[in-house]
Design a protein around this ligand. Sequence first.
Ligand code: GLU
Length: 472
Amino acid sequence: MSNEQYSFFHNVERSFDKAAEFTKWDKGLLEQIKACNSVYRMRFPVKMDDGRIEVIEAYRVQHSQHKSPCKGGIRFSEAVDQDEVMALASLMTYKCAIVNVPFGGAKGGIKINPRNYSTYELEKITRRYTSELVKKNFIGPGIDVPAPDYGTGEREMAWIVDTYASLKPGEIDAAGCVTGKPVSQGGVRGRKEATGLGVFYGVREVCNMADRMKKLGLTPGVEGKRVVVQGLGNVGYHSAKFFREHGSIVIAIAEYEGAIFNLNGLNEEAVFQHRKSTGSILNFPGATNIVKSTDALELECDILIPAALENVINGNNADRIKAKIIGEAANGPLTPEADAILNKKGTLIVPDMYLNAGGVTVSYFEWLKNLSHVRYGRLEKRFTENMNSHILTQMESLTGKTVSDAERKFIMHGAEEVDLVHSGLEETMITATQEIIEIWDKNPEIPDMRTAAYVCAINKVAISYNELGIFP
Ligand code: GLU
């Protein structure tokens, strides 16, 4: 797709401008918030396994330094270009502001299709990219902290932290230079499922709002709701898992090669295993094949979760989307044209910029863990268990009754790292959803939830700029 017709960054700017109308901030301050502060475009050579030298094109964009460090993932994709990385970096600023994660926004990208490279070649590319960032002071626990994104995961993060630490010997907080690391390398338990779980918590909170559901002709709660998920990567897989575990029916899952449909519900793990062993999502036992993958987006359903890439619902297909709620798990899955068409239809669009903030929220927990050099729960878990046991024994002796073994185990349980991470994430997503809805409720002129989310973000970033005294 050429940038003449479609600029992702321009789309973000358009949404920003639409929301800025509902704020009272100085024009210059709004301009500053919108602008990308630093854009680092690099090219470096990497020797491939066959001896050939390939010139790699890569980026790191720091959208805002109103809080330090900057934060955002690194994606490996052939579609990477400066426009895309700038758009994604800006979304990170707004996302962090909404969920009260004290970071500025950033994003990185390497223009490669990781499937075309061996593991060793990918390692060399990642390590070289990291050393380029170190050279220009574009990475560090107090400067800019990358994380996984489309096409990257724990493995790449482990290479990054290792490269960084070896170039910065003695830096005590080196582990905090990147998040999404394997637990053995300083990662936090619960990071992997964080984005999908955050998507679930956010949509569940909206579904629990009886008045909003009534407007959509739906009953409150996620139970029994028909869900369509696009993308069976980390985010799509975990979103599907949590919806299913909480009583929703995942009626369709879409991937590149096609989609599958079953009104009785699909189990994401079984579908994942089927795809792994056959190489395709199609022909899953009991399901109907949908040969054209994007047709799945147009199915009759309650909740649609686009969890793949940007621009999948646009001016061409928006009028055929039948979902009542769209939960934007991916970044930028809807274009402003699609937004306009669907808002007119009354579809409730739960926007990307906060709905997929679960990843960065748990990244924040990981960074805090790295700076504090201690695992969550290490200090209090045993204390809580001893105290709970004591309270329980007292209650039993006072009442003369005893609880079952299973109940005893449950009550005594002291929080482990993963319990604390999930609970911190749940709290964050519920609060953010309520804050955005409150802004929307208080100002009926605001046309949609995305605009309300932008207003929320703009206000928070503007307040923090003002507090910095940049605009005396
Ligand atoms: N790549 C994820 C995002 O787009 C996570 C970023 C992070 O953890 O810093 O939100």
